[in-house]
Design a protein around this ligand. Structure first.
Ligand code: KIV
Length: 266
């Protein structure tokens, strides 16, 4: 059992063949539960834009909003490594702005690392952030912040040239000094090829089992979200129905004067 998970721990786990578990969290209460369940990495994902703020994409969420979520999560966590997404617009324009955004996340939330979507096109920004002492996790394959460029959330890198580019980008991230990368929604055979070409810990979501770990969005795993049904998603609960029925019972009890009862009064 590892005490506090660091970026080095992930490399240690990879070299021992121990799989890395990663889940999102966006608030104190869930982060406490996720951490106590011994998750290795908590991602304060920009998927908060979808599951918390109700936006259609991850594009609108702001740096201030990410910092708000991240600081709530950090207060709850004793063991896991806390990684925070740099949101769209906070790092794409130039490396100095990227560094400024990453510094704000680290200083204002107390998180341990940032995650950025993209490969060689954001190389200068990755460089600057890592040189400032901030660990960076990459994110390749389906990169939701570029949804308007691609137009769909379909499986990525199915074509030969895209697969080649993804392998190159993974090696690029490793050379730059990233400590791990997410691979999202790519063919399992491609993950296998990537893992042969790099020592970077690879954390998959819809990327099969030839990777070093798995990540899911907490609200999907718990079955709070019903509308999102990709093949890669395994729901461990149907919390949507459970919560709804608890609330319906409460509503009935209030209407029928069953709540509060004698023992629930002062
Ligand atoms: O924002 C997020 O939740 C993510 C995961 C899907 C990897 O980036």
């Amino acid at each position: 059992m590892y005490k506090r998970i660091t970026t080095n721990t992930l490399h240690e786990m990879k070299s021992k063949g121990e799989k890395i578990s990663m889940l999102t969290a966006y608030d104190f209460t869930f982060a406490r539960i996720v951490d106590e369940a011994n998750i290795d990495v908590i991602l304060v994902g920009d998927s908060a834009s979808n599951v918390i703020a109700g936006n259609e994409t991850t594009v609108p969420i702001t740096l201030d909003q990410m910092i708000y979520h991240a600081s709530s999560v950090v207060k709850a966590v004793k063991r896991a490594l806390v990684v925070v997404d740099l949101p769209f617009g906070s790092y794409q324009s130039d490396p100095t702005e990227a560094l400024r955004s990453a510094i704000r996340i680290m200083k204002e939330s107390g998180a341990h690392a940032v995650k950025m979507e993209g490969g060689s096109e954001i190389g200068d920004s990755i460089d600057k952030i890592i040189k400032a002492g901030i660990p960076v996790m990459g994110h390749l394959g389906l990169t939701p912040q570029s949804i308007y460029k691609f137009g769909t959330y379909s499986v990525r890198a199915k074509e030969e040239h895209e697969a080649k580019q993804l392998i190159e980008d993974t090696k690029f991230l490793e050379d730059k000094g990233c400590f791990a990368t997410v691979l999202e929604k790519i063919p399992s055979d491609l993950s296998k090829k990537v893992s042969k070409e790099t020592n970077l810990p690879l954390i998959g979501i819809g990327a099969g089992n030839h990777v070093d770990g798995q990540v899911l969005v907490l609200h999907d795993l718990l079955g709070l979200t019903h509308e999102f049904n990709p093949r890669f998603l395994r729901r461990y609960l149907d919390l949507n129905s459970t919560v709804k029925s608890a609330i319906q019972n409460y509503v009935d009890d209030v209407k029928n004067l069953d709540f509060p009862n004698k023992n629930e009064m002062y």
